[in-house]
Design a protein around this ligand. Structure first.
Ligand code: NAP
Length: 328
């Protein structure tokens, strides 16, 4: 088998290399998946740069998800998915390889109408968007949800969830061309900008209303700009750190209206859920994916051997859609 391995943390383009090894044998209730496709997510690049919240030991193979076909396995949970096309949830990494061994319970069979390009991104972004909205914030119909990085994959899923569930979205992007992408999705409001000056623009866009909650993967003064525009008891939910800047919180703005700052991290959230909740979440996410609600914007697809171009494109500001590695 071939894997993209990291022996030393640093810039992905320089530190990733293809390494050949023997095929691993799955243990009891594990499966070996022949990988077909895997996305390059911001979390993968953070990990290679040694900036992720939970770093594995070195050497390691990145990639937290993908799609492939189960070709070997042991135990009843493995037999259930033998020969099937599955979404791979590689909690500890390892999907950037021709083969990946995972617990059979994390191999999710998917309906044939979900194309590989969507199936490859079944877990990280769709479950995050779904869990934040459906399980944590639960916006009532007609409520306003604000979000930064709205043109990204998670951002577009939140917009589609809004259309599906009946809440409105106020979307912050950093470039004018992203406004056009979002307007083509029929969003309620788009603001182009960053930093403290956003507060005034957000409030002007809302008129007399307030945000029910806001989702922020950017951080810094851009994320903090939402706080004064939240309703009483409204929540700013932090789920990323794209800018790398801490969020400056003014105590007075938070105390007025007893507003809250909370955070979401998928790997932590899944740990808190029962097997039954995860099973029903995956079913609902798969159904929403089939309806196009939890759809990833698909970007360039690169051959496995061309991984350097792939990580470079995934990092490029202004790229359109999720960059994918075609593995087989
Ligand atoms: N907490 C969790 O469990 C969890 C799960 C999934 C995702 N996430 C996080 O969610 C975020 C979005 O993921 P994604 O897959 O949707 O990413 P994506 O598709 O790559 O999109 C990222 C978006 O953010 C914008 N952006 C990047 N850096 C920015 C900055 N400094 N200021 C403002 N905008 C910026 C990009 O704009 P340009 O085109 O201009 O670069 C792009 O529109 C990431 O931080 C990711 O780590 C967290």
């Amino acid at each position: 088998m071939k894997s993209l391995m990291v022996r030393e943390w640093g810039e992905p383009k320089e530190k990733l290399a293809i390494v050949e090894s023997h095929l691993p044998e799955p243990g009891w209730n594990e499966v070996r998946v022949r990988m077909v496709m895997a996305p390059i997510n911001p979390s993968d690049l953070l990990m290679v740069r040694n900036r992720y919240g939970r770093q594995p030991g070195l050497p390691c193979c990145p990639g937290f998800e993908g799609v492939g076909v189960v070709e070997a396995g042991k135990g009843p949970l493995a037999w259930r998915v033998m020969g099937k096309r599955v979404a791979v949830i590689a909690k500890d990494g390892g999907s950037w390889a021709t083969h990946c061994v995972i617990p059979a319970i994390r191999a999710i069979p998917l309906a044939p109408e979900i194309p590989d390009e969507q199936a490859a991104s079944f877990f990280v972004n769709p479950v995050t968007a779904w869990a934040m909205i459906r399980k944590m914030i639960r916006p009532p119909k007609g409520a306003w949800i604000g979000q930064t990085a709205a043109a990204g994959a998670v951002g577009q899923m939140v917009i589609r969830l809004g259309k599906d569930l009946g809440f409105k979205t106020l979307n912050i992007v950093r470039r004018e061309d992203q406004r056009r992408i979002l307007e083509s999705l029929g969003v309620d409001k788009v603001i182009v900008g960053s930093g403290e000056e956003l507060t005034e623009k957000i409030q002007a866009a809302l008129g007399n209303e307030k945000l029910h909650a806001a989702l922020d993967p950017v951080g810094g003064t851009t994320g903090a700009a939402f706080i004064p525009t939240l309703r009483r008891h409204g929540t700013l939910m932090i789920y990323g750190r794209l800018s790398g800047d801490p969020i400056p919180v003014h105590s007075g703005q938070l105390m007025a209206g007893m507003r809250k700052v909370e955070s979401f991290w998928l790997s932590e959230w899944t740990q808190d859920q029962s097997k039954l909740t995860m099973w029903s979440t995956f079913r609902q996410v798969a159904a929403a994916m089939r309806r196009g609600v939890l759809q990833s914007p698909v970007g360039e697809v690169f051959a496995f051997d061309d991984f350097r171009s792939a990580v470079e494109e995934a990092d490029r500001p202004g790229k359109v859609g999720k960059v994918l590695l075609r593995i087989s």
